[in-house]
Design a protein around this ligand. Structure first.
Ligand SMILES: Cc1ncc(COP(=O)(O)O)c(C=O)c1O
Length: 365
């Protein structure tokens, strides 16, 4: 069986460190707001090249808390792409704001700037850009569109730890440091994943930082201090200690993902298969291909014992919970991706013979 992602194999070299660090947290009974949380926040800000990083319970909460920290009027409009994980949308609705969906690009999984321009209104207060599959959104264009407008930019970087936007020159800018705030998920399968739920928000803004520290911790920083009616969304100390160990290997694992993507790009050659346009700074959380013969191809992959995925099988306007909200709306590219997209195995430690088998199988369609 060629596994889609093998987390145990990926983290084998730090297995003993993780066990030792978990034991340490248990011995010290430092389960909540422990030392590892602060250490991880410091390390993660350094990694993202931001001043601040605030750990929280999940990527979903990171988005919700980031939106709450802006203190916007009820029903303020938030623009977001129609093809992403449900959390991006749910966080907007749960924060009492109005979601406005924007299509993605035809051959790239990020927000379409032409459609974005059409959806902008004087009620638009936030744009959430999603760096889907590890691919950086077209930030330069987006920043130009919102220049001199009072619109906040939030990055949903749940799938893009370490991705770089090169649109500003050779050195590029790290995902997480580009918008007013950026939201990360450390769901186990992510490029940087914990061993349970975990998330973080990064920012360079001191006010957001201070507010977020309280919002995630029932309204205060110290025990029994409750200045705001807030939420319990802390990053577990045990998860933070695992993330500290795994952060050291994020760059090398991202590099391995890039090599796998390059192999796929060079070796997949079938007229029924369309490759996406990925940019240089992409960290390939997913490697997605499009095929009108998606049903036949996925059947073939399964027959050959190759795991595959769908990210995601329904665009946001077709989810059971929200389809009424977006009745009669069309997002052709988002629909195309959800129908014809297939995610190929992206385990950083896939062997060459496994990659050859995957490409041969696809090419034999
Ligand atoms: C793009 C995107 N946004 C948000 C989330 C939510 O993150 P979490 O699962 O940690 O709540 C995810 C994770 O699946 C995601 O892929």
């Amino acid at each position: 069986m060629i596994k889609f992602l093998n987390i145990f194999r990926q983290d084998k070299n730090i297995f003993n460190d993780n066990i030792k660090d978990i034991a340490e947290v248990i011995k010290k009974s430092e389960f909540i707001n422990g030392t590892s949380v602060k250490v991880f926040e410091k390390n993660f800000s350094k990694f993202c090249k931001t001043k601040y990083s605030i750990g929280c319970n999940s990527g979903t909460d990171a988005l919700f808390l980031a939106l709450k920290s802006l203190n916007l009027k009820k029903n303020s409009e938030v623009l977001l792409p129609a093809q992403t994980y449900c959390s991006t949308l749910f966080s907007v609705i749960n924060a009492g704001l109005k979601p406005v969906l924007v299509d993605i690009q035809k051959d790239n999984p990020t927000i379409c700037t032409d459609d974005l321009k059409k959806k902008l209104s004087n009620k638009t207060k936030v744009i959430i850009i999603v760096h889907l599959y590890g691919e950086c959104s077209d930030i330069k264009k987006i920043k130009k569109i919102i220049k001199n407008k009072n619109i906040y930019l939030i990055e949903d970087a749940a799938q893009a730890h370490g991705a770089i936007d090169y649109s500003y020159g050779k050195k590029g800018e790290k995902v997480g440091s580009i918008g007013d705030m950026a939201c990360f998920s450390f769901y186990p399968g992510k490029n940087l994943g914990a061993y349970g739920d975990a998330g973080a928000i990064t920012t360079n803004n001191k006010k957001y930082f201070k507010d977020l520290l309280q919002l995630r911790n029932l309204g205060g920083i110290k025990k029994y201090q409750h200045n705001l009616i807030a939420f319990n969304s802390r990053l577990d100390t045990i998860q933070a200690s695992i993330l500290n160990n795994k952060l050291k290997y994020l760059n090398s694992n991202n590099l391995k993902r890039k090599k796998i993507a390059l192999f796929y790009t060079k070796n997949i050659n079938n007229k029924h298969v369309q490759l996406l346009r990925y940019s240089k700074g992409c960290v390939y959380h997913q490697f997605v291909i499009l095929s009108k013969k998606e049903k036949k191809l996925t059947k073939l992959l399964t027959k050959k014992n190759i795991q595959w995925g769908k990210h995601y099988p329904q665009p946001l306007h077709k989810l059971g919970a929200t389809k009424k909200m977006f009745k009669n709306m069309n997002f052709p590219n988002a629909e195309y991706f959800s129908t014809y997209g297939i995610s190929l195995p992206i385990d950083p430690n896939l062997k060459k013979r496994e990659l050859v088998k995957i490409c041969d199988t696809i090419n034999s369609l």
